[in-house]
Write a protein that binds this ligand. Structure first.
Ligand code: FAD
Length: 461
């Protein structure tokens, strides 16, 4: 953009800024490079200046100055999103939240933290008081809690506790408006979904209060099976079990496991893997289940044993970390996000495999959705052309597996195929000039001239 960024930085004082081009470029990226399609589209989009607020007053100062100058704004936490959510497509100001990182309160079943708090730090503080987050992403070591609430949807814990959007998981949040007098608004109960998963385009989250659950002594478990259908069936049995606790259930094709060198000495080669987190007191029941399902338990480790062995957390072989493990060895891999028929059906998964082709390797996550166990396929795809990628997606769709586009940087892509007019009505209220991450909404240009009430009237009944 054609603003005078040196003058802009002076206006921001005393808020700290970063203008060194290499550092600004680094903070203009996230994990969009997982997708060859997004990589081509986004790799040349960079911001102009980074602001690093330390307090809510600092943040208000950033938003006020950006409002005065009509500067595009992109909020950035840990920068671990997969769809370019944090890429400043129109340049402008990047606001990095990682110094607004205080854990404010830990109580019975909840934690309140500033948006820039690191998720692993939150979990560590909770553990000391006998609690843990009900749901957290596999990127907890890097990601911020505000980025998870603004950009994420589910994660470790979802097999037991559901999706972030489910009632009671996000208890409340505060978000700041972009105006000449930025103010914080409190969202509670169902209203948290006005802001959750809006990719930071309708307000800057300053504080979140999330559900916590009693901390348990989780054992990282890896069991292997001769066939993928067996691993999937065992995963379903564990996800449904009424006598075994679980925080994670994930199954991975044997060919993907060949890309897990850190596990080479710990799991049987050329076998299909089920990864889970099970509480220590339920391990005997878990052993019985795996035996009954025809599997072999290759690895069980408590958190202390994991550290002694120098191994990563088991969830670093689940969710989008599975893709990352493969990408570390070969950048020609990418992935898809696919829903599966409910209830989970190992026969349907088995029947689909030969139709997909040798360039698609399945990986399923088990989660609780609307009170039912469902699975999502996050397969590794060996990318050749966009045509082939779309052909694979069509094979999934034609066989009853809905595809949620992982190669689009619009908030209306992925799981939210239609416009979320609640999000956009709140954008109009909180960001009337449309400065916050506006290029990420396909629908915003069509509604930005309307009043918030008129945008809300577009919500299908
Ligand atoms: P960022 O990438 O910095 O931001 C994400 C979005 O939120 C951007 O649109 C940004 O503008 C916006 N934002 C950030 N902070 C704020 C704020 N304070 N106010 C308003 N908007 C804000 N996701 C899951 O849901 N579950 C998983 O298990 C998971 N696993 C992953 C594994 C890997 C290897 C990778 C690369 C990604 C994974 N993701 C997962 C996606 C992503 O990591 C998570 O959503 C993560 O929590 C994002 O946090 P962040 O701080 O990195 O956010």
């Amino acid at each position: 953009t054609s603003l005078d960024w040196e003058a802009f930085a002076k206006d921001l004082a005393p808020v700290e800024t970063i203008s060194e081009p290499v550092l600004v470029k680094k903070r203009s990226r996230d994990f969009f490079w997982y997708s060859p399609i997004l990589n081509a589209q986004l790799r040349r989009s960079f911001g102009d200046l980074v602001a690093v607020p330390k307090t809510t007053e600092d943040l208000a100062q950033c938003l006020r100055v950006a409002f005065e100058h009509d500067a595009p704004i992109t909020i950035r936490g840990g920068g671990t999103g997969n769809y370019g959510q944090a890429v400043p497509m129109e340049g402008g100001l990047i606001i990095e939240t990682t110094r607004m990182n205080r854990i404010l309160e830990i109580g019975e079943g909840y934690v309140t933290a500033q948006a820039g708090a690191n998720i692993e730090e939150i979990n560590k503080a909770l553990h000391l008081q006998g609690w843990e987050l009900a749901i957290f992403p596999s990127t907890q070591d890097i990601a911020t809690i505000g980025g998870f609430i603004a950009g994420g949807s589910s994660g470790i814990g979802s097999v037991a506790n559901g999706m972030l959007r489910d009632a009671g998981n996000i208890l409340s949040l505060k978000a700041m408006s972009v105006s000449d007098t930025p103010t914080e608004n409190l969202f509670e109960g169902e209203a948290v979904n006005h802001i959750h998963h809006a990719w930071g385009l309708n307000g800057v989250i300053t504080e979140v209060t999330l559900r916590t659950v009693p901390h348990r002594n989780w054992i990282g478990c890896m069991a292997t099976f001769d066939t993928y259908a067996q691993a999937y069936q065992a995963g379903y049995a564990l996800a449904l079990s009424d006598n075994i606790g679980r925080k994670l259930v994930s199954t991975v094709d044997a060919r993907i496991c060949a890309y897990f060198p850190r596990l080479a000495d710990h799991i049987r080669p050329e076998k299909h893997l089920m990864t889970s987190l099970v509480p220590a007191e339920d391990i005997d029941a878990y052993r019985a289940l795996i035996k009954e399902q025809g599997g072999s338990i290759d690895l069980t480790m408590s958190e202390d044993e994991r550290k002694e062995m120098g191994l990563p957390h088991v969830f670093e072989f689940a969710y989008n970390h599975t893709t990352l493990q493969v990408l570390k060895a070969d950048r020609s891999a990418t992935y898809l996000q696919v829903g599966c028929p409910t209830p989970p059906d190992a026969k349907a998964i088995k029947a689909l495999r030969p139709k997909l082709g040798d360039d698609v390797w399945q990986h399923h996550e088990f989660a609780l959705l609307d009170g039912e166990i469902v699975t999502f396929d996050l397969p590794i795809v060996w990318y050749t052309t966009t045509e082939r990628l779309r052909k694979i997606e069509a094979t999934y769709t034609e066989n009853g597996f809905p595809v949620y586009d992982a190669h689009i940087c619009m908030v209306e892509g992925g799981g939210l195929k239609n416009a979320d007019y609640r999000h956009l009505a709140w954008k109009k209220r909180m960001d009337p000039k449309g400065l916050l991450n506006a290029p990420k909404s396909r629908e915003w240009p069509n509604v930005k001239h309307l009043s918030p009430e008129d945008i809300e009237a577009l919500i299908p009944s």
